[in-house]
Design a binder for this molecule. Structure first.
Ligand SMILES: Nc1ncnc2c1ncn2[C@@H]1O[C@H](COP(=O)(O)OP(=O)(O)OP(=O)(O)O)[C@@H](O)[C@H]1O
Length: 327
């Protein structure tokens, strides 16, 4: 549904996006992650046609954003970081205005009622936007994005500034919209991304550093070297034996989970698989293993590792450049 090829964007000397490539299948909810200034909004603005690219191409539903900008815009509902609202209009005036502007062909009254119901703004329909709370303004912005029922939704930090109850409501709404829409969603709230997105794209300093399901990213970064294991046997004896295995770099006791059964988090050296060594150790000592599973990394760990790695790389490059300049 969305194809981004070799996308780059420069603002003067500043490279905001550097050769980004990804595609999004129809009906997928993709989480777009990255630290401040990574290039998320820039990418979203280019996909929606609000900004032009310095290089590369984007197609949405088969239409190229440069050759067919109007066709692309018809396919996309966009909620930018700052919702494009007119504070002097009532919600009703604003949504009717946007309905006309977007030349929506669906029956006006029913369509607006449906969208207001979905975004839960029916009770503020007659109020001035200026007087609405941040959360309601955000929902009106989302309602605007849903006008015309576009197949693609691009939502730039849709829950920013909302209270926890509103966050859950909007998150559920996005989850439901994901059943019939292709969605790209940016957020700094990692559990939110994990809750609603099947796939995650991480960008850092304008470069794509990861693309996959939360599980695959977690596995590819941790390998199978982190295991959580439940062993029946004395805690001191077992943990001492575990710490004695040369391949194990870290062993933590996670407490007694059943009478006489303790859980341990075991991390083996990079590239080592701890499962066989665990099995042998337990068998030699006649300690039944009652449970063993890969511990993986949390999305937070994945995010920090990838963005920190790119940061170190960048700075190493910068240092090398300075060294070569002074040499
Ligand atoms: N209009 C502009 N002129 C010059 N530089 C810009 C402009 N807009 C963005 N940038 C720069 O481009 C880079 C990417 O910014 P962008 O807003 O896309 O990041 P982001 O990932 O959305 O960040 P945030 O999470 O803080 O919203 C940053 O270095 C930013 O300073």
């Amino acid at each position: 549904m969305i194809e981004v090829k070799n996308l780059s964007k420069r603002y003067g000397q500043n490279v905001a996006l550097d050769n980004i490539n990804f595609s999004v299948e129809k009906g997928t909810v993709v989480g777009f992650l990255g630290p401040n200034g990574a290039g998320k909004s820039t990418t979203m603005n280019i996909i929606t046609g609000y900004l032009s690219a310095s290089a590369g191409s984007i197609t949405v539903g088969g239409y190229n954003t440069l050759d067919n900008p109007n066709e692309v815009k018809k396919l996309i509902g966009y909620l930018p970081e700052q919702p494009p609202l007119y504070p002097d209009m009532t919600v009703k005036e604003y949504l009717n205005f946007m309905y006309d502007l977007k030349k929506v062909a669906l029956p006006r009254k029913e369509h607006l009622e449906k969208i207001c119901g979905l975004t839960k703004i029916t009770d503020v329909y007659g109020r001035l936007i200026h007087n609405l709370s941040k959360g309601y303004k955000q929902r009106v912005g989302l309602a605007q994005a849903l006008l015309g029922n576009p197949p693609v939704l691009i939502l730039d930090e849709p829950t920013v500034g909302l209270d926890p109850k509103q966050i859950i409501e909007i998150r559920n709404l996005i989850h439901n919209l994901g059943k019939n829409h292709t969605i790209i969603l940016s957020s700094h709230i990692l559990p939110e991304i994990q809750a609603v997105c099947e796939r995650i794209i991480i960008i850092n300093r304008g470069k794509l550093v990861a693309d996959g399901t939360p599980e695959s990213l977690s596995r590819s970064l941790s390998g199978d070297s982190r295991i959580t294991v439940r062993i029946e046997g004395g805690e001191n004896e077992v943990s001492k034996a575990l710490r004695g295995v040369p391949d194990f770099v870290s062993v933590r006791t996670l407490g007694e989970k059943e009478p006489g059964v303790f859980e341990y988090s075991v991390e083996a050296c990079e590239g080592c698989d701890p499962r066989r060594a665990l099995f042998r150790l337990a068998a030699e000592n006649n300690w039944p293993i009652l449970e063993m599973h890969s511990a993986g990394l949390s999305l937070e760990d994945v995010f920090l590792r990838l963005t920190a790695a790119a940061y170190i790389e960048d700075n190493t490059g910068e240092e090398a450049r300075k060294e070569s300049e002074t040499a």
